[in-house]
Design a protein around this ligand. Structure first.
Ligand code: FE
Ligand code: FE
Ligand code: ZN
Length: 168
């Protein structure tokens, strides 16, 4: 489905389309995370991914809740952005041999994913409010907080690791 296909006529259509885009993205992330867990060497990075895998299951469920609240069918539309971010991550991971360099590549890829999600949820919350759907905005806000926390955790892990390296 094209981004500017003519079936997006109203703000409501755009809201539902973007919900379906992030629904696709969350499901794609659910499939990518086990592979990232398998490739991670650092315990703290692996734990961060495992925690976020569980949270991501909750993000899918919350989106289904928002679809239901809004009376829209829960279905996906392809998100070329998340496909690209994940493909790039897999490509880079395929080129890395060293375990520590791999962890750095995985953490950077995960942050790119989080930033994509943060921008989408931020937009969806603003549009939900504009459409008078504060109830939907509230549910989406809970997910946004978890995406931001996941991003902050990855930043903290990367910084702690750099400081440890510097002290060696
Ligand atoms: Fe998410
Ligand atoms: Fe997208
Ligand atoms: Zn996330």
């Amino acid at each position: 489905m094209g981004f500017f296909s003519k079936d997006i006529q109203s703000m409501d259509d755009l809201f539902v389309h973007t919900l379906r885009d992030i629904y696709y993205a969350e499901k794609r992330i659910l499939k990518a995370l086990p592979d990232m867990i398998g490739k991670a060497s650092s315990d703290s990075l692996r734990q961060a991914f495992e925690t976020h895998l569980k949270e991501t299951e909750g993000h899918v469920t919350r989106l289904e809740e928002v679809f239901r609240m809004h009376g829209a069918q829960a279905k996906t539309v392809t998100c070329p952005a998340i496909d690209g971010i994940i493909e790039e991550a897999q490509e880079i991971a395929g080129e890395v041999a060293d375990a520590e360099v791999m962890d750095a590549a995985l953490a950077a890829a995960a942050q790119a994913v989080e930033h994509y999600e943060i921008t989408r949820y931020g937009t969806l919350i603003a549009w939900a409010k504009r459409l008078g759907r504060n109830d939907c905005a509230g549910v989406l806000q809970r997910t946004l907080e978890e995406e931001k926390a996941a991003d902050a955790k990855l930043t903290a892990l990367a910084q702690a690791h750099l400081n440890m390296r510097a002290a060696e």
